[in-house]
Design a protein around this ligand. Sequence first.
Ligand code: ADP
Length: 486
Amino acid sequence: MKKTLYFRIILAYILFGLFGFIAVATVVSRLTTEYCIRDKARMLYGEASRISDTYALQLYRSKIKLEDVQAQMEALSSYMDTEIWILNPSGRMVVNSGKAPDPGQETYVEDFDSTIIAGNYYTIGRFFNSFDEEVLSVIAPITNDFKIRGYVAIHLPMSRIQTDADNMLNLSYMLLVILLVLSLIILFFFTEYVYRPLRRIIAAAEQYALGNMHYHIPVESEDELGYLSASLGYMADTIARSEDDQKKFIANISHDFRSPLTSMRGFLEAMLDGTIPPERFSHYLEVVLGETERLTKLTNGLLTLNNLNTGGILLQRTDFDINAVIRSVAASFEQTCRAKKIHIRLVLTGKILFVNADLEKIQQVLYNLVDNALKFSHEDSEITIDTTEKGDTVFISVRDSGIGIPKEDQKLIWDRFYKTDLSRGKDKKGTGLGLSIVREIIRAHDENINMVSTEGVGSTFTFTLRRSEKNDALSSLGEPEVDVRE
Ligand code: ADP
């Protein structure tokens, strides 16, 4: 990363400073001088007009003495730091604040021409070679009876105006320096609070890209960057955890596939090498068949879970009678119930209770829950399946009085392949996938499932479903129906 963000910002800063100085030295300098000239000229012209309307006019009307006007002009010019002249139209000097005209000797402004200021009220130059340096001159006519009797001219050295302009320009330079110092401070804060944390986040992203998911980003500020680094850290944690899960998952699959394969191989080898006599073949082939069934169950479970996880299966929601589904699932376990002398008691709300869900998936949920309840129940016990309604929700519970689930395992039973130690003796064929499938199906429905269990007392699994509006149309709800099945 050669052209870093920081490099660009520094470059922009330097260019900003450079252009700032060039702008002040050229454009601003010119504008300031022009402004000072115009301002001074306006002020001097005002003064010249005032003099022409008062002293000068009175002088031409002989209402005031020449010496008095001369004295007034001297006082005024020393106050304004200018030179004030009163001239005849021909250019003869009548009053000169800089030097009182000699009464015996007439002084002229050579080649005086009042049109020098044509179209303007000021001019810059040496005023008909009257000065050694450049001056700003304003000329105001003295009019009496609609005739021009003379002119009042005021001169101000340009060097004075330039000094004023320079002073103003210095102010602009100072402002520019203050601006640059301020932006330097902003640059410093940007470096500390944006650029450095950003570099750390980039370094962390590089580490994550290299696979080091446990790298900690040292950015803990409470702003957007802090939030970004926390999100990245969380993402890395999640990836690390999912990698761990993946490894565990593969290890579990391998283990669960290997044990039936090992036992099948053992039996088949024993049959081939004669350890198992031919008359016992049918027995061991049954065992081998049992193991293949287990492998099929495992494969099917994995496939179902995979489809549910990747959202591969879309729910096919319909309105169906959950009571009927419960009855048919319970009926499918009749054989097992008889063998274990277990009663399935159905406590169902109404004869018909419509829910809106995916029929096949809910059948699978019920099947898995009842299958577990049966597996982990003691002989000669009872399993209860009940349905209740609350508003728009239907609650379905499967309760057994079996071995129960130890407290420390209660959170883990929903994980793939998890089996409690307590249950291992009772169920050797379990895959540990049943409850994961149940949870995924209920999640896909946006519903809830929970479990209450006490070790040695029994477990109750309860899940919710959305009540169908079809019930209201039928309104055939009656007394709770109690159906006891053996
Ligand atoms: P499995 O195929 O082993 O039954 P599940 O995911 O359905 O897999 O269940 C996971 C584990 O949770 C079981 O192995 C068992 O230890 C425990 N479990 C599930 N249901 C019950 C129950 N009704 N009573 C006691 N333990 C249960």
